[in-house]
Design a protein around this ligand. Structure first.
Ligand code: GDP
Length: 455
């Protein structure tokens, strides 16, 4: 395969930049542009110090360290090197140019990982885990991705596939040697085995919901009428929480999304209309807009100023959260003039009511407890990294389940045993899509397109 090269460090200026090269010609190209201080043999996983030169003019470009990875013990299984240069854009680009000039080709996004997959070092689910590790926004997500990268999902799918293959073997033996078998016995046995496999697949399928929460965070919105204490509560959560807070541009122009991890559960707090910003810059969000936020959220924290009677807008908010996963927060507990305590409209809402003071930061722990209770994710399963985060994997599992259920039905209908095997084969093929054994070139292309350059 052609030798590829890319700048692997993030675009921009940094202390160190890494230019990565992989392929048959990697060391030949390197020889033309790198003058090591130590002229001895190269060794696997060792570095050499030296300088990169312009191969036409011999002019020095940078002082570098080069690490060597000799095939097949490298990321791609090919000969590879990583040139650690100074992290300046000009220097990195010049080194890249030298590699290109001497025969390397510019790598496509994800091409190094694609080669690791095509050369059989990792399977497709592991390759996908690489992007997930890079993009992880919480500890738990990073851990799950690392598990998947290590092959936890691949192993699980492999074991399930083996079980299905055994069912197939039994069925085919009974087709080939009908004289040795009684069909009912095979049918009964196959049905039990299919049931067993289905149980495992359904468990994995269900874990996707938890996985989705982990990956995307629980979309949470704080709603309340002006001065209820929305921004004070948001600040209390963001400032108290020692977890890393990441601000990212929201889906609409005027929202910011903040990721926080509460009791191990990642929340994506939608900062409606930038309530964290200075007040005068901000339009107060109207009821219509609140409606929209509420509709699109997984969790609503409805906050009320407990010292004031409900206003018509408050009642509207109570109405809007009726069908939602919501927690009612009565704020300004510190003022000791709670008039909403006995408010019928709140008591009859069916939602958990929590009293807090966003200002004095009391009651926040109770709020967290309630959030953890509402989203009772299977912690054990998650700690084991045994959950799906990828919708492509989930769809394959759902399809495999459907096929196996169909084959089960075929058995119950007393259909000939060779018909049963058709659906079982389809189920195997679906599972093969996860690991990449049976997946189209187009899907592979789609997957690697999402990678960054140099990975
Ligand atoms: P928002 O309009 O809903 O974002 O409300 P703010 O968070 O800006 O709060 C409105 C006013 O109420 C501010 O002056 C806050 O200092 C005050 N406030 C917020 N929470 C509390 C609280 O728990 N106790 C008291 N005494 N005042 C609070």
């Amino acid at each position: 395969m052609a030798t590829i090269v890319a700048i692997s460090t993030a675009p921009g200026v940094g202390g160190i930049g890494i230019i990565r090269m992989s392929g048959d010609d990697c060391f030949n190209i390197l020889n033309k542009i790198f003058i090591p201080k130590n002229k001895g043999e190269i060794e696997n996983y060792k570095m050499k110090y030296g300088k990169i030169i312009n191969s036409s003019t011999n002019e020095e470009i940078d002082e570098v360290l080069v690490s060597y990875f000799i095939a097949p013990k490298s990321y791609t299984t090919e000969n590879m090197c990583e040139i650690n240069s100074h992290g300046g854009i000009i220097v990195m680009n010049k080194i890249l140019e030298e590699c290109l000039k001497n025969g390397a080709e510019l790598a496509e996004p994800g091409e190094f990982t694609k080669r690791a997959f095509l050369n059989g070092r990792i399977d497709l689910s592991q390759a996908e885990a690489v992007i997930d590790v890079i993009n992880a926004k919480s500890n738990i997500e990073a851990k799950a991705s690392i598990n998947q990268l290590r092959g936890s999902l691949s192993q699980k799918i492999k074991k399930i596939k083996e079980k299905i293959i055994n069912i197939m073997v039994d069925i085919e033996a009974s087709i080939d040697y009908p004289e040795y078998d009684v069909e009912e016995v095979t049918n009964e046995k196959a049905k039990n085995q299919i049931e067993e496999v289905l149980k495992e697949l359904r468990k994995l399928e269900n874990s996707f919901n938890d996985g989705k929460i982990i990956k995307e965070g629980i979309k949470t919105v704080i709603v309340g009428t002006p001065n209820a204490g929305k921004s004070s509560l948001l600040n209390a959560i963001l400032d108290e929480e020692r977890a890393i807070v990441t601000s990212i541009e929201g889906t609409t122009r005027d929202t910011i999304e903040e990721f926080v991890t509460i009791r191990g559960i990642p929340l994506k707090l939608i900062d409606t209309a930038g309530i964290r910003k200075a007040k005068d810059e901000v339009e107060q969000i109207g009821i219509e807009k609140s409606k929209e936020y509420i509709k699109n959220s997984d969790l609503v924290i409805a906050i009320f100023d407990a010292t004031k009677a409900l206003k018509p807008e408050d009642i509207e908010i109570l109405e809007m959260i009726r069908e939602k996963n919501a927690i009612i927060v009565l704020n300004k507990e510190d003022l000791n003039s709670n008039v909403l305590d006995k408010e019928e409209k709140i008591l009859s809402s069916g939602k958990k009511v929590i009293k807090i003071s966003a200002l004095k930061k009391t009651g926040i722990e109770e709020l967290y407890d309630e959030i953890a209770k509402l989203f009772n994710i299977n912690k054990l399963q998650i700690e084991d990294g045994e959950f799906l985060t990828n919708v492509r994997h989930k769809n394959s599992i759902t399809n495999a389940i459907k096929k196996l259920e169909k084959s089960e039905q075929t058995i119950l209908d007393n259909m000939p045993i060779d018909i049963i095997s058709i659906d079982i084969k389809d189920a195997l093929e679906e599972l093969g899509k996860i690991t990449g054994d049976s997946v189209s070139e187009d899907i592979i292309k789609e997957i690697f397109k999402k990678f960054c350059l140099g990975k």
